[in-house]
Ligand binder design. Structure first.
Ligand SMILES: CO[C@H](O)c1c[n+]2c([nH]1)[C@H](O)[C@@H](O)[C@H](O)[C@H]2CO
Length: 447
């Protein structure tokens, strides 16, 4: 199975995100983001690092686009730093911020690489957080102004637009579990955030349509197959509720304009006042052109009467990544087929898939053969979904290079290129980069 067996117009790319690679956290007029604030808060990042410099992509973007060209990808997914455009979140525009993304897009196009632009990959301007962040509908309005400015500035050259990266992480990981910025631990707040982000998504899609732009717009969701540990009714109930929490709380609003009833009723018993909001979620279902799917692993659950989801995650035997995530390649096929069956037809992009392994440099080489095996199996399972008629239109490896892995700092390496943090952030191709380049050049097959 070679690249040429995939559709001829299939996009093969890599993905990154602004806070994780750009650095220049306070340069050229950029404002503070909630991730600048979170990373500078002692105890929040496991290795005590920040994204202040990261991979210094802000200054090295031409070098990094040359790496894309060398790899042979035909697309690149990146995100825009909102506080680089609006330092206060709204109001005054930072022209140097616009200049950076104009130059980035122009260089990508010059090199024949199609941009996929994510408007929001978690780095909210801190001044908006002072006023409640995503719990405040003023932030929805500010997001629309930000989106409209980018549509106006880049809409003539950027064809693929994603409104949000992983609303589940923006809401539940960041406002219920508190593991990501702004580090709040309150479920009711998380539900309000999820609601406002979904409403902002729908309004941005509608605004995009109103500009009559030539491009396409969607959202990026992190999706997991959720499997019961056994076929018992209780484990199956646990899987249903966990699936609502992980997947359908976002899939159902953007495709059906409503929350999944099985979990909505649980939350309404807990938060009666939630009822006044939930009907307005209908605006989230503005018709999209594509769905971005971030896939990393599956979830196995068993019944737990103490949990409001009646479920707890179970660790099963099998190979795992350095993030301790189960390696489950068939899950990417499963999720793509399911989305097409239950929510389609709609164009799908695998907007992130990849893995962290304990990459070490030995004799100037990084022999990350586990990552090659990981990618090979996930490419094959993506192809199997295509063979079943699923309109998968592209695949983006997470990530181009090692970068700031959120609460893990720089301790987890996902890149195709190794970044030497002790030697001027030098980018060194891992064996997986060499393999990917050969695959893209039809030199090798996936068997
Ligand atoms: C459970 O995996 C999530 O879907 C997920 C994994 N990842 C993501 N989302 C984010 O979109 C990236 O910024 C992360 O760097 C990347 C690797 O952790």
């Amino acid at each position: 199975m070679k690249r040429e067996m995939f559709p001829s117009d299939f996009l093969w790319g890599v993905a990154t995100a602004s806070y994780q690679i750009e650095g220049a956290y306070n340069e050229d007029g950029k404002g503070e983001s909630i991730w600048d604030r979170f990373a500078h808060t002692p105890g929040k990042i496991k290795d005590g690092t920040t994204g202040d410099v990261a991979c210094d992509h802000y200054h090295r973007y031409r070098e990094d686009i040359a790496l894309l060209k060398e790899l042979g990808v035909n697309s690149y997914r990146f995100s825009v730093s909102w506080p680089r455009i609006f330092p206060c979140g709204k109001g005054e525009v930072n022209q140097k911020g616009l200049d950076f993304y104009n130059a980035l897009v122009d260089e990508l196009l010059k090199q024949g690489i199609k941009p996929l632009l994510t408007l929001y990959h978690w780095d909210l301007p801190q001044p908006l957080q002072f006023h409640g962040g995503w719990t405040n509908t003023d932030t929805v309005q500010a997001f629309l102004e930000y989106a409209m400015l980018l549509f106006k500035t880049l809409g003539d050259r950027v064809e693929l637009w994603a409104t949000f990266n992983e609303p589940w992480c923006i809401s539940f990981l960041s406002h219920e579990l508190g593991e990501h910025a702004p580090g709040i631990k309150d479920r009711r707040t998380a539900l309000q955030v999820a609601h406002n982000v979904l409403v902002a998504h729908g309004k941005a899609v509608k605004a995009f349509r109103g500009k009559n732009l030539p491009g396409k717009i969607g959202i990026v969701l992190n999706l997991y197959p959720v499997h019961p540990l056994s076929e018992s009714e209780q484990d199956k109930e646990a899987a249903t509720l966990s699936d609502c929490y992980r997947n359908r709380w976002f899939l159902d609003p953007v495709f059906k304009g409503k929350y999944p009833e099985e979990l909505l009723s649980v939350y309404q018993k807990l938060y009666g006042d939630f009822a006044k909001d939930y009907e307005s979620i209908q605006v989230a279902s503005e018709k999209m052109d594509f769905l971005g799917v971030n896939y990393y692993s599956r979830e196995v659950v068993s019944y737990d009467p103490k949990s409001i989801l009646k479920s707890k995650t179970v660790k099963v035997e099998g190979k795992r990544t350095d993030m301790d995530w189960e390696i489950y390649p068939q899950g990417i096929q499963e999720i793509l087929v399911r989305i097409n069956r239950e929510y389609g037809p709609i164009d799908l992009y695998v907007t992130e898939n990849g893995a962290a392994f304990k990459d070490e440099m030995k004799n100037g080489k990084i022999q990350d053969y586990e990552r090659i095996d990981f990618l090979k199996e996930h490419f094959k399972n993506t192809y199997y979904a295509i063979q079943q008629g699923v309109p998968v239109k592209g695949y983006f490896v997470w990530s181009l290079m090692d970068n700031f892995e959120w609460a893990h700092g720089y301790s987890k390496r996902f890149g195709l290129f190794y970044v030497d943090y002790n030697d001027n952030l030098k980018r060194i191709p891992k064996e997986s980069a060499r393999w990917f380049k050969k695959f893209l050049n039809n030199e090798i097959s996936l068997e």
